[in-house]
Design a protein around this ligand. Structure first.
Ligand code: UT7
Length: 371
């Protein structure tokens, strides 16, 4: 498995000097709820990202490889999506493997250890198995013995939903260090005979370690949304409580992705613009304040159309969809890692992150990069 973040910069000083009660930082076991409530007197008011990391599988699936699988061409895929290649897991490799590796790199980047974690949230729609959660498996493999853990859905918007959830736990004083992972292995639910979808997706994971930061920095504003009336536009029909797995559902291909690409495309362009503007407004900012726009990497045409509508110049819009395709919940954090590595943003810069996908759901955040 490969990752993009090469070196671990110095841990941020703030991690050691925040206003968090010193007694809380040195505890080795979780507090009871009542003791947490009594400690709200010196709450941090915001949360920020201390470190990020990513992991993609080693195996590369190129457009030329796909030409041998379905009736398609490198030219069609490239011009209609911007994708050149994607990463696909090896046999036996699963979402929790990618998630754990990404988490280790994020912890290293943050200068923290698994024992520092209070909570692990994994955003995924392709868990290793229906239950237990990927978060439980990651918690065990990291040895994060103090951490609570749960999975979160929200598809390609899942990582930003995870950041929003983590921020609440940190800002209300319940937890100090929260690990948020976006990880998916969509290759496990792709219909490899459907050329309309199988060329689009790849596997990967990205992670962020969050902690308290001074008010006015870190995660400044969120816009989260859902339009469940569009649920059927992008779904895996079977394998849940309505259509449990059976020989018939397997024979009908109902365990694989079904998508109305044109409708999802229109939704994506519209919601990326609207959601980003709402989050900017909540942060008291405009598009002129965005130093780096990091959106869900689904299709370069969606990204181009949305950034044009927002009036963002190309040098402030990051994309890496050509290398990984659509990695669902992993795409925003993988893009963040690569953008940082390419010096596309630095300490003090304002980032806009936006995700959209099945649900239909969407999420965006405006944040200051404080490392
Ligand atoms: O996380 C969110 C997930 N989903 C998305 O973001 C997807 C959003 N939608 C899209 O990105 C685009 O709609 C697609 C890339 C899926 C499709 O692009 P399009 O420009 O909307 O193409 P289309 O579906 O309108 O298809 C145009 C033609 C059709 O042929 P006919 O009917 O015009 O003869 C398709 O059969 O292209 C054909 N086609 C292909 N041809 C070669 C569809 N897929 C392929 C393919 N190779 N892989």
């Amino acid at each position: 498995m490969t990752s993009s973040l090469k070196s671990a910069p110095e841990p941020r000083a703030l991690a050691r000097t925040s206003t968090w009660p010193a007694s809380r930082a040195s505890e080795s076991a979780p507090d009871s709820h009542s003791s947490l409530v009594t400690r709200h007197s010196s709450l941090p008011l915001s949360a920020g990202i201390y470190g990020i990391g990513s992991c993609v599988p080693d195996r590369v699936l190129t457009n030329a490889d796909l030409e041998k699988v379905v009736e398609t061409s490198d030219e069609w895929i490239l011009t209609r999506t911007g994708i050149s290649e994607r990463r696909i897991v090896a046999a036996g490799e699963a979402t929790s493997d990618l998630a754990t590796a990404a988490a280790r790199r994020a912890l290293e980047h943050a200068g923290l250890s698994p024992a520092d974690l209070d909570l692990i949230i994994v955003a995924t729609i392709t868990p290793d198995m229906p239950f237990p959660g990927v978060s439980n498996l990651v918690q065990d493999r990291l040895g994060a013995s103090r951490a609570a853990a749960f999975d979160l859905g929200a598809a390609c918007a899942g990582f930003i939903y995870g950041l929003a959830t983590a921020k609440q736990f940190i800002a209300n004083g319940f937890y100090r260090h929260v690990l948020v992972i976006g990880a998916d292995t969509l290759s496990s639910v792709v219909n490899w005979t459907d050329r309309g979808t199988c060329v689009l997706f790849g596997d990967g994971a990205g992670a962020a370690v969050l902690g308290p930061v001074p008010d006015g920095s870190g995660l400044l504003a969120f816009d989260l949304g859902s339009d469940g009336s569009g649920a059927e536009l992008l779904c895996v029909e079977a394998g849940g409580s309505r259509l449990p797995a059976s020989a018939e559902t397997v024979a009908n291909g109902q365990h694989t992705i079904r998508m109305n690409g044109a409708e999802v495309f229109k939704f994506a362009v519209r919601v990326m613009e609207e959601s980003t503007l709402r989050a900017l407004s909540l942060a008291g900012m405009t598009t002129a304040d965005i130093d780096c726009f990091i959106a869900h990497q689904a299709n370069i045409r969606i990204l181009d159309a949305a950034s044009k509508r927002l009036g963002l110049p190309a040098d402030r819009v990051f994309n890496n969809v050509h290398r990984y395709g659509n990695t669902s919940a992993a795409s925003v954090p993988i893009a963040m890692v690569e953008a940082l590595e390419e010096d596309r943003f630095k300490s003090g810069d304002t980032l806009a992150l936006v995700g959209f996908g099945a649900g239909l759901s969407w999420a965006s955040t405006i944040m200051t990069w404080t490392r």
